[in-house]
Design a protein around this ligand. Sequence first.
Ligand SMILES: [Zn+2]
Length: 348
Amino acid sequence: MMNTALAFNDEYWQAFVAADADYDGLFWVGVETTGIFCRPSCRARKPLKQNCQVFDASEQALEAGFRPCKRCKPELLAHEHPRWVQRVLNALHEHPEHRLKDEDVAALHVSPVRLRRYFHRRYQCTFQQWQRQQRVSITSQKMREGARLSEAVTGFQSEGGYRAALKKLIDAPNQHSSTVMAIQHLSTPLGDMLAGVIDGQLVLLEFVVKQRHLRQLKIARRLFQASLIEQRSALHETLQQQLNEYFAGTRKNFSIPLQTPGTEFQQKVWQQLQAIPYGETRAYQALAENVGVAGASRAVGTANGANRIAILVPCHRVINKSGNLGGYGGGLRRKSQLLALEREGHVK
Ligand SMILES: [Zn+2]
């Protein structure tokens, strides 16, 4: 097992002993004698320093074999932040057009240095860069007015129920397998997508439509016998970049390795989907003929709906013979927006 533990420096040790919540999200402590890891603010009795390992991500503590403490629940989800960071984000949320400077952050009783460290660790960018990205995504959010709020789960304003359900999935590791699926929310002008990566291959990409995509996530988790962790892999970065280009109308094909296990019939249908060129559509009936079972358009529709990788396996390009849209797991509005994007080169 790889040891990614860091040395316990004095500042962190003092914060840990004082259970200082202002350090939550900056480091995690694994206790060798109990096999459990905690966030700094944990109220449980503090262990001896010599028995501690320090990690700068909760996934690293998990990978090193530590279990999350039941008391302080040290794992943070994609859109969860420690309370002190949340204070800053709330201020930003109230005035999204403002750029928060160091003195504004300090006025909220948050150390600008600590905040910088947090954003660097978590997003590999400065707080200022992050604010800029936020403003961009707020703008694109305004652009997609009409999207129902319950569908547009964005950033730190996510819905409690969705978050709780997702956390439950993450908290139930797969005991019988060491396969890990790294999941991460990616943002698009049509709303957040959840992306799952195993061994450098994309296994899941779904719009956040609460019920539907949690079910897909469960299916994928069972199919791959995987435990879930919240982690941004290199492939997530590449995918986010390519999605940005796709939504800007400058990318027509993706170069992302996929893993799409399924029945022989599903495989055939998904291959056919990938053969439909950008900007074109096919009828379910035509697809059935291509797969070699004319008349099986309903079965084709079902296999189409079982596709776990939205956009890259373009099930949105399949429509009814009559020309109406048929169904779409991500919602019909998104289906028509994707088709319009491919037709006109920009998101409406
Ligand atoms: Zn704890």
